[in-house]
Design a protein around this ligand. Structure first.
Ligand code: GTQ
Ligand code: FE2
Length: 358
């Protein structure tokens, strides 16, 4: 990966090294890796986590682990073996388990977080004084620096997918974390207020648009997302993703969070999408059904409950060879990449050539 250069002034460069170092300076050395690679070279690996492996592990976590100190959560992290930490080089995904009667204590942090509920319902999360119910298939946000705690009074363990932009936050050296003195917030807003005001996506309180890019909507219920996806199936499909919709900030059409984007996608029976590659990373969670994703020539056959993380600039395409719809939830770091001007994508043209997209 790290190609080297032959240098005509190799001896001179080596001779300079020590003197320059005294002044915190350096020149490129013959054995330094090249400054640039022609295309993105990522240490991140494409990884497939199977539900059949995860389920027994979660079962053990529930029986053997207490809530962790320092954040008071019980989580199974999806770790990328190519990286020092994280699921991808920008975000961490974990499966959080909460048991009947438990409270995950109140804290806040710079990392943006969201939850996509995998199994169960009945837990609530309180975000800056607003209490939200969480049901299977809902997406609930905890934007940067908002206080949050979770509580559960059901009778069987409940699990959800947590995603936090921790790797990006760390790369930016912007970690803040504060544990509240109080175990839980005392809700001081009408429960579910942000959804009541903005959740239809079509209408919201009159008056000037809320200023800034902050998203006033914190909860995206499953029923609305699925209905939207059903309706979208009636128009011509996306060549790369079949039926796909992005969760959006209802006041400006922008991404739900400034760093991470979320999508819901339906792959219909018989579909075989066109291949594409892009900068940035993403993680799929298989909500239902089964199918196949081919990444850089390698075949990943997935089933409901599985996860698939795809590394940057890897060609990938999707197939559904079953007779039922498959539904995928996706999180990506495209909003961060786009904001920085680093988002690029390329499609494989029908003739096998590469076609740059605008
Ligand atoms: O629920 O607040 O998976 O703070 C990691 C860090 C979940 C949370 C995680 C967290 C949380
Ligand atoms: Fe948190």
């Amino acid at each position: 990966m790290a190609e080297q250069q032959t240098m005509v002034d190799e001896a001179a460069r080596r001779a300079l090294k020590e003197d320059l170092a005294k002044f915190n300076c350096r020149v490129q050395q013959p054995d330094d890796p090249l400054l640039f690679s022609r295309t993105p070279q990522s240490a991140m690996e494409t990884v497939h986590w199977k539900w059949t492996d995860l389920e027994p592990l979660l079962d053990r976590l529930g029986k053997q682990l207490a809530l962790e100190p320092g954040g008071n959560r019980r989580t199974l992290r999806l770790h990328n073996p190519g990286l020092p930490y994280g699921t991808t080089h920008t975000f961490w995904a974990s499966i959080q388990m909460i048991l009947p009667g438990e409270i995950a204590s109140n804290h806040r942090h710079t990392a943006n977080a969201f939850r996509f509920i995998m199994k169960g319902s009945g837990a609530t999360t309180t975000v800056n004084g607003e209490c939200y119910p969480m049901h299977e298939g809902d997406l609930v946000l905890t934007p940067s620096m908002m206080w949050h705690d979770h509580e559960y009074h059901g009778d069987t363990p409940m699990i959800w997918l947590d995603v936090l932009d921790i790797s990006l936050m760390r790369a930016m050296h912007a970690t803040f974390f504060e544990q509240s003195q109080e175990l839980q917030q005392k809700p001081d807003q009408v429960p579910d207020s942000s959804r009541r005001r903005y959740g239809s996506g079509l209408m919201s309180p009159p008056g000037p648009r809320p200023s800034g890019s902050a998203n006033p909507l914190l909860a995206y219920p499953r029923a609305i997302a699925e209905q939207a996806l059903e309706q979208a199936a009636g128009v011509p499909a996306d060549p790369f993703d079949d039926v796909v919709l992005e969760y959006r900030n209802p006041t400006n059409g922008g991404p739900v969070m400034s760093t991470m984007g979320m999508r819901l996608q339906k792959l219909r029976p018989g579909v075989h999408t066109q291949a594409r590659r892009h900068t940035g990373s993403k993680l799929y969670y298989v909500v239902r059904g089964r199918g196949t994703t081919i990444v850089e020539g390698q075949t990943y056959d997935w089933n409901a409950g599985d996860f698939l993380a795809i590394k940057p600039w890897a060609w990938h395409e999707h197939l559904n060879r079953s007779t039922e719809d498959a539904q995928l939830f996706q999180v990506n770091d495209f909003p961060a990449m786009s904001a920085l001007g680093y988002y690029f994508e390329e499609a494989l043209a029908d003739n096998g050539g590469h076609q740059k997209l605008p």
